[in-house]
Design a binder for this molecule. Structure first.
Ligand code: ATP
Ligand code: MG
Length: 427
């Protein structure tokens, strides 16, 4: 059953001005509208509206992970240095984003910035035979990174949630098959959260283990990456790896490419046997031969996705969320004297729609300005005038079209609009 949230009960204070120390549009908008609160540079609290958006994004990610057959786990943030020494990733000279702390005894600990090492070691206890494979696990968990730059609002934080998925396969063929399915799941995720049209599968550096990795890059001025897009083929090359050799290799012509600024919202990586070799994650094949497990690692930052959505669909003072991740799909504004607003909101909720009801009886201008910032994609207005006419006024803010619908028919029609708009994202 869906909810009606009375706005009068939301612990939120909208700000008239954006904070001076924030330069990014996403932070300005999200702070002003009360989605997030700033604790310090690169560290943000999610308030009720913002946490609902995050939960919607994470819900879509979870569904797609589960459709891959991946099981959800929850690894620890506190990290034992010895695991990371195994792969030479404890040293600050090798990894420059560690936050480190220590036990009372003085023994060092780290706060996890990623989880390849612990997840690989974990499964050495459970995998020994080809019958134990393949499988995949994912988590949505806090990562800590001592990033030098934290100027992009929630797109680059020092503490942030990451969905990380790890796959364990017997052979490269088996890995490839999973990797391709994961790539498709990522495409569905970015379409469903509403940024699919501007997100490109991008060839990027494969590090020391593979020729390429794949990033999912969303065109966005606030991004930190430069990519070259082949619009016809819907793929891109990260400037990091751009060369004639790579163009040849991928069969891409330089003249088909257009340069763009973009933000990396996700990436997928073939790890081959780098981590399984290091931790001796081995299995016996059908002939009794010992072989290393073939691994992959697949990340998405739900907070970065939210920030990118704010950049794409917002200005400093107005936002229109994709319906699938909106804090509420529908915002019912009760203006002046109107006794039908609560009934209308409840009737929408009965049809499975989440509704925010502005029941505060402020000046209409103020109610509108705040509704613009909150950014629900469907706005329903009930006023003295609509009551006289026996209608409600329904605006689809994505197409910017308004209809007057008889009161009795409105909830069913609004629920339909929500459904149609959700489906439109997945075409
Ligand atoms: P970047 O190149 O942006 O520094 P990365 O390549 O280090 O990111 P991964 O370690 O693969 O990223 O992380 C997976 C995903 O987590 C990224 O695609 C991004 O969506 C998100 N992410 C990474 N760093 C941050 C951060 N500091 N704040 C918020 N989200 C992040
Ligand atoms: Mg990257």
């Amino acid at each position: 059953m869906s909810t009606v949230q009375r706005q009068s009960a939301l612990p939120v204070r909208m700000e008239r001005f954006a904070p001076k120390d924030e330069v990014s549009k996403n932070a300005q908008l999200l702070l002003r509208a009360g989605f997030i609160a700033k604790e310090m540079a690169g560290v943000y609290t999610f308030l009720p509206l913002g946490w609902r958006v995050m939960n919607n994004i994470m819900g879509i990610i979870r569904e797609e992970m589960e459709s891959l057959g991946a099981q959800e786990i929850f690894l620890t943030a506190l990290q034992d240095p010895s695991i990371w020494e195994t792969t030479n990733r404890w040293s600050d000279d090798v990894v420059d984003v560690w936050f480190k702390t220590q036990l009372k005894s003085g023994a060092p600990l780290g706060l996890g910035f990623t989880h390849e090492e612990p997840v690989t070691r974990l499964f050495t206890r459970m995998v020994s035979s080809h019958k134990d494979l393949p499988f995949s696990v994912f988590q949505i968990q806090t990562k800590f990174r001592n990033e030098t730059r934290a100027k992009s609002g929630i797109m680059r934080c020092r503490e942030f949630l990451m969905k990380d998925l790890y796959s364990f396969s017997r052979t490269s063929e088996e890995h490839e098959e999973f990797y391709n399915r994961a790539q498709n799941a990522y495409e569905r995720i970015f379409a469903r959260v509403g940024i699919g049209d501007s997100t490109y599968l991008t060839f990027a550096s494969g590090g020391t283990f593979s020729k390429y990795s794949h990033e999912f890059q969303t065109l966005c001025d606030a991004g930190e990456d430069v990519i070259y897009v082949d619009e016809k083929r819907k793929i891109a090359i990260n400037e990091e790896v751009m060369s004639d050799d790579v163009l040849n290799d991928l069969g891409i012509r330089r003249e088909d490419l257009v340069q763009h600024t973009a933000a990396e919202v996700g990436n997928i990586f073939s790890l081959k046997t780098k981590f399984s070799d290091a931790f001796q994650l081995l299995y016996r094949d059908e002939e009794g031969e010992q072989r290393p497990v073939v691994m992959g690692s697949y990340g998405i930052g739900p907070g970065r996705v939210m920030g990118v959505a704010a950049e794409l669909f917002g200005t400093e003072s107005a936002m229109v969320w994709p319906v699938s991740i909106a804090p509420y799909a529908v915002h019912v504004l009760s203006l002046g004297r109107n006794d039908d607003a609560l009934a209308c909101a409840k009737a929408c909720a009965d049809r499975g729609v989440d509704v925010l009801l502005d029941d505060r009886n402020r000046r209409a201008g103020e109610q509108f300005a705040e509704a613009d910032m909150i950014g629900c994609p469907i706005r329903v207005i009930l006023s003295e005038k609509t009551a006289r006419d026996g209608v409600v006024e329904v605006t689809d803010r994505v197409s910017d079209t308004t209809q007057r619908i008889p009161v009795a028919e409105a909830p069913a029609r609004i629920a339909e609009m929500v459904q149609e708009n959700t489906q439109a994202l997945c075409r």
